[in-house]
Each structure stands twice: as C-alpha cells, then as structure tokens.
Design a protein around this ligand. Structure first.
Ligand code: OSB
Ligand code: MG
Length: 374
C-alpha cells in the first residue's frame, strides 16, 4: 500500500434538530474527512471529534492540527503492507485517537477494495444484519420525550437510550418506563455525576435499565468501580475507554459490565477489533456508539458492528434521523425490525457523493508523494 496522496477537508453539516447532552447542545457539525489514495485506490475516513473539547479532549481544530502537522507528513509516501500497520507508525504521537482514526479507517477502506472484499468481511465480521438503537437528546419536558420515544419505536428501533443530567433524570426515565414497561431502555450521563450522587443514581435501579452509560468522570475508571459495587444497574463505559489496556483495567476492577466502542475514541478499526475480542473472551458485551457522524463515519460503524462481540444494539441509526441529505449513496436505512442490512460491495459499501462533499467543504489540505519527495 504505497500512500500516494492524502486529502484532508472540513465539511459543515447542519443536524435536522439540536442534540442536547449533559455537556452541551450541538446543531452545526464541523466534520473532518480524510481521503487517501494508495496504489490507485481511494479510501475515506471520518474524524469524529466534536466542535468543543467537552466529550473528550479532541476538537475539529486539534484534529486538523495534528493531522496536518504530524500524521499526514509522517504517512505520505510510505509503503504499508496493510492498514493494521498504521497504529505503530503513529504510536509516538500521544493521544489524538480521533485524528488517527480518520486516516486509519481510510486505509482499511483501501485494503478492503484492493482485496475485493466488503470492509466488514476484511475485519472478520460475522453479523450480516446489525441491531439498531437510538440515542435521544435531553428534552424540555418528560412528555415530549415520551412522544419522541414512541415515534422511534414505531420506526422499529430495538433499544432506546436517554441522555440524562442532574435535574433531568429520574422524572424523565420514570415517564418513559411507565409508558413503555417492556422496551430495552438505557441512560447516558456523559460524566455528569460524582460518587456523591451514588444514592441518587441508585434510584435508577428500579427502572430495569439495560445499562447506565458513563455516569462519572470521563477519566476515572476507579470511581466507576466504586459505583458499580453499590448499584444493580450495569454500568457501561464510554469516555473512559481509549484502548484495550484500559478496557482490561476496567474489567479487572469491575468498573463496568458493558463497553461502548467508538472507532474514533479507540483510534480506529485495528484497536476496536482487538478491544471487542478481549471483551468477547471475557463475556463483556460491546456495542457501537455514535458521534453524530456523516455517512462515511456511519458506514465504518456499520462495518465494525458486524464483529462477533457486538451483541447489543448500537447507536448506529438511519441517516434520515440526522441529515436532510447524507453524503453517501444509498443513505443508511433501518428496516421495520430495527436492523441495518450490511452492504455487500467491496470497501465501505456506499458511494461518497463527491459533488455534495465539495459543496459542503470549507477548507482543505493535500499531500502527495511526488511533492513530499522534493
Ligand atoms: O455519549 O454516546 C455519546 C453524541 C455525541 C457525543 C457523545 C455521545 C453522543 C450520542 C449520539 O449519544 C449517538 C449518535 O446518535 O450518533
Ligand atoms: Mg456515551
């Protein structure tokens, strides 16, 4: 895989409606896309960093900086045997997992196309129809949340996740649970609580939740082990887990019973695959999280979700829930059973709408092997 060119671009996309979490509200996405050409084959990856450093420490701009000044110059002109050789190349760059993931995943797309395989098959996927759930933002009142849940259930979604924060938690969960006693329901606090809230969080035990995602600090696995010992609801870690080592630490400390894997957060397909394997061996279910991705990130999420450890419905849902027009063809659709059919064609399995992507682009940067040689 001789890396001939790397093109980085920022696109702007407006969500259909604002998405509120405990750390803030998002409407206008600033998404970085990486387009890499190797041996004449073109692959795409998405950087899933947010606009602000509120979910993790990366942002659209830190990723632009690290990709432009460190990662792209290191990779251009190199000859890799396979996509999984990329992580070793960028090990000297600490952190910046989302920046790395954007490029690494483009290499996986290239490798899959070169081998004439759908990406999910190259990764070792076994699930051809993945289970889909939705993540619902915090709303103005419990009544409007119940109405939203009803709408999503009508579309077939298999699991509903509610975003919560202090003051917008128990009452909301109670209303949804009362209306829908049987559904698979979970909550995600995005680090909004502390161990001082243990008694309060314990009250959620009575609602038969599938899990409580990342209640405590974004970087504190130990605190989650203290909480898990005192509540019945299974804790799922999101923000805390950036690699397989941290997952093993969390499992060993009994800090969680479930792990959410996000490609960007764990630096790409190579690490995600290893992480899901160690969880699978230890009977820790995993599922695919979302970062309000465009179709390119979504397609990568679908491919990852086919791995055998992904036994719970993910936050990978239909393009139409986010965008008026997605940047891939066909758009991601969900069946009435709440599943996504995995594509059969080589690589990502979706076509990037280049003209639309060009129209949405606000800045770009390009490296090519010839130039780098001078
Ligand atoms: O914690 O899972 C999260 C979105 C942005 C940042 C963090 C999270 C989320 C979501 C949305 O829950 C999932 C999606 O629909 O893409
Ligand atoms: Mg989360």
């Amino acid at each position: 895989m001789k890396i001939e060119s790397i093109e980085l671009r920022e696109i702007r996309m407006q969500l259909k409606s604002p998405f509120e979490t405990s750390f803030g509200t998002t409407l206008n996405r600033r998404i970085l896309l990486a387009e890499v050409v190797a041996d004449g084959v073109r692959g795409w990856g998405e950087v899933t960093a947010g606009e602000t450093p509120a979910y993790n420490s990366e942002t659209t701009d830190t990723a632009w900086h690290v990709l432009s000044d460190f990662i792209a110059p290191k990779l251009i002109g190199k000859n890799l045997e396979k996509a999984s050789d990329f992580p070793a190349l960028v090990t000297p760059i600490r952190g910046h997992e989302m920046a790395k993931s954007g490029i690494e995943n483009a290499l996986w797309d290239i490798e899959a196309q070169s081998k004439g395989l759908p990406l999910w098959k190259l990764l070792g996927g076994t699930i051809e129809e993945i289970a889909s759930g939705v993540s619902l933002g915090i709303r103005e009142n419990p009544g409007s949340l119940v109405a939203k849940v009803e709408e999503e259930l009508r579309s077939g979604y298999q699991r509903i996740k509610l975003k919560i924060k202090p003051g917008k938690d128990l009452e909301y969960v109670a209303s949804v649970r009362k209306e829908f006693p049987k559904i698979r329901l979970s909550v995600d606090a995005n680090s909004a609580y502390t161990l001082d809230d243990t008694a309060h969080l314990k009250k959620l035990d009575e609602y038969n939740l599938l899990m409580m995602e990342q209640p405590l600090s974004w970087d504190d696995i130990y605190a989650h082990s203290k909480l898990q010992a005192q509540i019945e609801t299974a804790i799922c870690l999101d923000e805390c887990i950036h690699n397989t080592r941290q997952a093993l630490t969390a499992i060993e400390l009994k800090a969680c019973r479930i792990i959410n894997i996000k490609l960007g957060r764990v630096s790409g397909h190579t690490e995600a695959r290893e992480l899901q394997a160690v969880c699978h061996e230890r009977n820790i279910p995993v599922w695919c999280g979302g970062m309000l991705e465009s179709g390119i990130g979504r397609a990568h999420n679908i491919a990852m979700s086919t791995l055998p450890g992904f036994t719970l419905p993910g936050d990978v849902s239909a393009s139409r829930r986010y965008w008026n027009e997605d940047i891939i063809e066909p758009a991601v659709e969900v069946t009435p059973k709440g599943t996504i059919q995995v594509p059969k064609s080589p690589g990502l399995g979706y076509v990037v709408k280049r003209e639309l992507v060009d129209n949405l682009t606000v800045r770009r940067n390009k490296w090519s092997a010839q130039q780098a040689a001078h």
